[in-house]
Design a protein around this ligand. Structure first.
Ligand code: C2E
Ligand code: MG
Ligand code: MG
Ligand code: MG
Length: 291
């Protein structure tokens, strides 16, 4: 089963993901077909800086099953991961995202896109080379692609993972450390991973404005990241107060429903165009009234 650790490092047993139940096998077969039929889609969620500039977009997979409706990514990614389908899913996501980046560039929208990759991908032989080849094929510069990894890449064969990541950064691909704070011995991992960005997990951001411990954790993480020369992005920012706290703590960028949820490609294009060079502005109603 998929071992998950909660914030205290305690392993949480997830019965839903436990075994090859008929349900799971059914979903796996359906996912395989959905990939072949291009029924899996990517939505894009902006990362914005505090001056409103769009720092990039994160590609997030969306699968609407013909009978079951929306299947949450966490659910089918766990299935892909444990069944060996992950490399195909990642190829599909990279291919789709790079095609979209190339189209946006052709339309004058030069926005970097982040793709989530799983530990399995990082351990697939030749992964760095295949990403470089795909970038070349789409005529997209490596700097326009970011890969989001988690600390889990170091759980098995850390040396090979480090080599693959070095290969990717050597090609000019930027790495981002996702869900920071949810793994364990995070400090050690930070030193070993060639990342240029750190994303603070939503579980610390959500109650930042009301929980002083979470606020302290975020403050320390921002300071630590900055002392290592990393940019800090906060995930899951849903309200104004959290946005302000993060700005005051020196965080570099935010992502969350306050700015925008993940949007289908056409909506993302419209969103980017509407913001133009002015970037994203907080709704006027949410700003403090002028004294
Ligand atoms: P993640 O990479 O940490 O992505 C952030 C998740 O938080 C996304 O969930 C996003 O929709 C959600 N989110 C964004 N803003 C807010 C907010 O303000 N409030 C709340 N409550 N949630 C917010 P999603 O799309 O369900 O994806 C879940 C996870 O699935 C992702 O977590 C990522 O680990 C994985 N995933 C998604 N797409 C891919 C993919 O293409 N490949 C791989 N390997 N994993 C993916
Ligand atoms: Mg992510
Ligand atoms: Mg995350
Ligand atoms: Mg997360």
């Amino acid at each position: 089963y998929q071992a998950k650790r909660d914030r205290t490092g305690v392993e949480v047993y997830e019965s839903k993901r436990d075994s090859n139940t008929p349900d799971r096998l059914g979903l796996l077969g359906d996912l395989r077909r959905a990939l072949d039929a291009h029924e899996v889609q990517l939505h894009y969620q902006p990362k914005v800086r505090f001056d409103g500039q769009v720092a990039g977009l994160e590609a997030l997979v969306r699968w609407v099953h013909p009978e079951r409706g929306k299947v949450p990514p966490d659910e089918f990614i766990a299935i892909a991961e444990s069944s060996g389908l992950m490399p195909q899913l990642t190829e599909y996501v990279l291919e789709t995202a790079l095609g979209q980046v190339a189209r946006w560039r052709a339309q004058g929208l030069f926005v970097p896109v982040a793709v989530n990759v799983s530990p399995r991908d990082v351990h697939t032989p030749g992964f760095a080379g295949s990403v470089a080849a795909r970038l070349a094929r789409h005529g997209v510069p490596a700097g326009a692609l970011q890969l989001e990894i988690t600390e889990h890449v170091l759980l098995e064969d850390p040396q090979r993972a480090a080599d693959t990541l070095a290969g990717l950064t050597g090609h000019g691909v930027k790495m981002s450390l996702d869900d920071f704070g949810t793994g364990y011995s995070s400090l050690v991992h930070l030193r070993r991973l060639p990342v240029s960005e750190l994303k603070i997990d939503r579980s610390f951001v959500a109650r930042l404005a009301v929980d002083t411990e979470d606020a302290e954790i975020v403050r320390c993480t921002v300071d630590l990241a900055h002392s290592l020369g990393l940019l800090v992005v906060a995930e899951g920012v849903e309200d104004d107060e959290t946005w302000e706290r993060l700005r005051d703590l020196g965080c570099d960028a935010v992502q969350g429903w306050l700015v925008a949820a993940a949007m289908p490609p056409e909506e993302t294009t419209a969103w980017l165009r509407a913001r133009g060079s002015r970037g994203w502005q907080r709704p006027a109603a949410a700003l403090p009234a002028a004294a």
